[in-house]
Ligand binder design. Structure first.
Ligand SMILES: *Cc1c(COP(=O)(O)O)cnc(C)c1O
Length: 353
């Protein structure tokens, strides 16, 4: 018995989603709306007809075409993944070489840094200002000073819900010409500053998309990359050949082929988030010493709380069967159904004292 896993992986712990049975789950930014019955049936019918003894289409063409058609982009610029998490893994481990520099911002989605470190890259982190924003010049400086080869950030941002204007993003792309800029637009359906239409104008821009949030397919595992042909071909070459299974391809094709249903669901989620935020802003006006609430560009609310009270609130809500996410000094609360939001607000207000 002498095998020892290498030191970069031997201390890692498995990713633990919050476990347990909670009546109200507002922790993972999923959609609270289910897929409509007729579309679900269409999905199940197409899956029933699949030859599951055969390998899937390695290019997931039907799903990529449906995605491209929804967004009005060139299907040749779209590639599909087993969730955008797979895409993040590929970008970090294949497009970065050991010892190369990557730049991230903070706070931001934690997986970027995790995968870059697995790839043995050098990581530089640019801290956001107190409004949760960063300016293009600071990023450009950090990228050019370190000779970074990769910059990834989410826009709008998970976990704080802030957004960077499209012009700023473009300025970054242009100012970091030797660096790949991967903009994770997981929440852009809830805002309007996408740079997806710009991918063919630059050789260093990628837009990352997930179907897990606005498109309510978290359980189906499907994500896409939108990039110029050259970058798309590289991703096709490095990904495992059959990364997206036939059932996911069929399900995503069916769901993405109903733009009117997608748009309606997005409007519904946006309204829920506005309503939830209004209620929280109301509480913040009443009890300014207890909480600060910022409007977000996403499907979740952001609540900052002083000295350990966010953690205390998180635990109190959890005891009542309501699960949210706590990040040190703030809570991130996914917009739920009107009933879930009301239940959350009631419990939150009760536990403020
Ligand atoms: C949820 C999320 C993802 C992961 O999406 P999957 O497609 O479910 O893997 C990626 N990026 C951000 C910013 C997210 O919030």
């Amino acid at each position: 018995m002498s095998y020892k896993p290498n030191q970069k992986v031997s201390e890692l712990k498995p990713y633990d989603a919050i476990k347990g049975d909670y009546a109200i789950r507002l922790d993972a930014n999923e959609s609270f709306i289910e897929i409509p019955e007729d579309t679900k049936k269409e999905m199940v019918d197409t899956i029933a007809e699949l030859a599951l003894n055969r390998y899937p289409d390695p290019r997931a063409k039907s799903a990529c075409d449906a995605f491209a058609s929804y967004y009005g982009v060139d299907p040749d610029c779209v590639t599909a993944y087993n969730g955008s998490d797979e895409l993040l893994f590929l970008i970090n481990t294949c497009l970065l070489m050991k010892g190369e520099n990557a730049v991230f911002v903070s706070p931001d989605f934690s997986m970027y840094r995790f995968y870059a470190e697995l790839a043995e890259a050098q990581v530089t982190v640019v801290e956001k200002n107190s409004d949760g924003l960063f300016c293009a010049d600071d990023i450009i400086k950090a990228v050019n000073e370190t000779g970074a080869r990769l910059l990834i950030f989410s826009n709008p941002c998970n976990p704080i819900g802030t957004g960077i204007k499209r012009e700023e993003v473009i300025k970054i792309v242009e100012g970091c010409a030797d660096c790949l800029v991967a903009v994770d637009e997981a929440y852009m359906e809830f805002w309007d500053q996408s740079v997806m239409d710009k991918v063919c104008d630059y050789d260093n821009l990628m837009v990352l998309k997930t179907c897990s949030k606005a498109f309510r397919m978290a359980g189906i595992r499907c994500g896409f990359c939108v990039a110029n042909k050259k970058l798309s071909d590289i991703l096709l070459a490095v990904k495992s050949p059959y990364n997206v299974n036939s059932m996911t391809q069929a399900a995503a094709t069916a769901i993405l082929s109903h733009p009117e249903q997608l748009d309606a669901a997005i409007e519904h989620i946006k309204k829920s988030c506005r309503d939830l935020t209004e209620e929280l802003l109301d509480l913040a006006r009443q009890f300014p010493e207890k909480m600060t609430v910022r409007k977000t560009c996403t499907n979740f609310a952001y609540i900052e709380m002083p000295d350990g009270t966010a953690q205390r609130m998180y635990k109190a809500l959890k005891r009542e069967g309501i699960i949210v996410r706590c990040f040190g000094s703030f809570l991130r609360v996914t917009a739920g159904s009107p009933e879930e939001n009301a239940e959350f607000i009631r419990a939150f207000e009760n536990n403020l004292f």
